[in-house]
Ligand binder design. Structure first.
Ligand code: NAP
Length: 254
C-alpha cells in the first residue's frame, strides 16, 4: 500500500489529495502548518502543525513509513521546502516539489519588482497613497514604517493584533477572486497601488488583471530562489511521478 505525505496549504495540495483519495489502497496524509483558523476540507487524512525542522520531518518520514513525499507548499513557504528537501535527502525517501509557475508581466502591466515587504513599503513612496495589500498577514510589520498611506489589507484570517497605523481597512476573504470583483473592490476603495506576491495560478490573478485594466501599479514581491531537488509544475506531472515511482518499486519487488 503506497504511503504518501503531501505538504500542503495550497490548492495544488488539496486537488492532489482529491485525486489520490480516489485510488483504492493508497494511504495519503496531507500536512498543514496550522496557520489558518478554519482550513478548507480535504479528501485525505490531515495532520496539523510543524514537525520540528528538517530533523523532525525526517523522523516523521521514517516513523510513519512514508514512501513518497510531495512538497506542494506555497512558492513563498521556503523554510518548509528546504526542510522537505533536506529530510528527503537524509532518509532517501523519494520526493518532488509541485511549483506553479510565476505570473509573467504582459503589455499594460505596471509592475515594480521588489525582494521583500520592507522594500515594498518603501517603494510606495513619500506621497500618501491608497494601497491594497494582498501578501498575507505575516509580513505586514514593515508597513508600520509608512503610516502616511491608507491601507486596504486582505487576508484569510484576521490581522491580530491590528497594525498600529492610523488608516487601515481590514478585509478577511479566501480566494479564488474574480477580476471583476477585484476591480470593483479597488474602485470602491480608491486604490492607487497594489502590493502582491507573485503566487502564480488563477485564484489570485484577479487583482493583477484588475490593476492592469485600471492602469494601477503593482509592487510585486519577487519569487524566492528555487529550492534544491526535482520540481514539477502540474498536478498531472506529480501523479505521473508517483505512478512511475511506485511502478518502479513494484518491478524491483520493493
Ligand atoms: N508563505 C505564503 O505566502 C503562503 C501563502 C499561502 C499558503 N501558505 C501555506 O502556509 C503554510 C505556512 O507558510 P509559511 O510561509 O509560514 O511557511 P515556512 O516559513 O516555509 O515554514 C515555517 C514552518 O512552518 C511549518 N510548516 C510550514 N508548512 C507546513 C506544512 N505544510 N506542514 C507542517 N508544517 C509546516 C514548519 O515548521 P517545522 O520546522 O516545525 O516543521 C516550517 O519550518 C505553508 O504550508 C504554505 O503552503 C503560505
Amino acid at each position: 500500500m503506497p504511503r504518501i505525505l503531501i505538504l500542503g496549504g495550497t490548492t495544488e495540495a488539496r486537488v492532489l489529495g482529491e485525486r489520490l483519495a480516489r485510488r483504492d489502497g493508497w494511504d495519503v496524509t496531507l500536512s498543514l502548518a496550522g496557520r489558518t483558523a478554519s482550513p478548507v476540507e480535504h479528501a485525505v487524512a490531515v495532520r496539523i502543525g510543524g514537525f520540528g525542522g528538517a530533523a523532525g520531518l525526517a523522523d516523521f518520514l521514517v516513523a510513519q513509513g512514508v514512501e513518497a513525499l510531495i512538497d506542494a507548499t506555497h512558492p513563498y513557504a521556503t523554510r518548509i521546502s528546504q526542510n522537505a528537501a533536506a529530510a528527503a535527502r537524509q532518509t532517501g525517501v523519494p520526493s518532488i516539489a509541485v511549483r506553479r509557475p510565476p505570473w509573467i508581466a504582459v503589455v499594460g502591466d505596471r509592475w515594480i519588482d521588489v525582494d521583500n515587504a520592507g522594500e515594498a513599503a518603501a517603494a510606495i513612496g513619500q506621497q500618501p497613497r491608497t494601497v491594497f495589500v494582498t501578501i498575507g498577514r505575516n509580513d505586514l510589520a514593515p508597513f508600520e514604517m509608512a503610516p502616511h498611506h491608507r491601507y486596504l489589507i486582505r487576508s484569510v484570517d484576521r490581522v491580530e493584533p491590528p497594525l498600529p497605523l492610523p488608516h487601515v481597512t481590514y478585509l478577511t476573504a479566501r480566494g479564488p477572486f474574480r477580476e471583476a470583483d477585484d476591480r470593483a473592490l479597488m474602485q470602491t476603495h480608491g486604490i492607487d497601488v497594489v502590493v502582491a506576491k507573485n503566487s502564480g495560478g488563477p485564484a489570485a490573478y484577479g487583482k493583477i488583471a484588475a490593476a492592469r485594466s485600471l492602469g494601477i501599479a503593482v509592487i510585486m514581491l519577487r519569487r524566492p530562489p528555487p529550492q534544491e531537488g526535482p520540481v514539477v509544475v502540474t498536478i498531472e506531472e506529480a501523479m505521473a511521478w508517483l505512478d512511475h515511482a511506485f511502478t518502479a518499486a513494484a518491478a524491483r519487488g520493493v
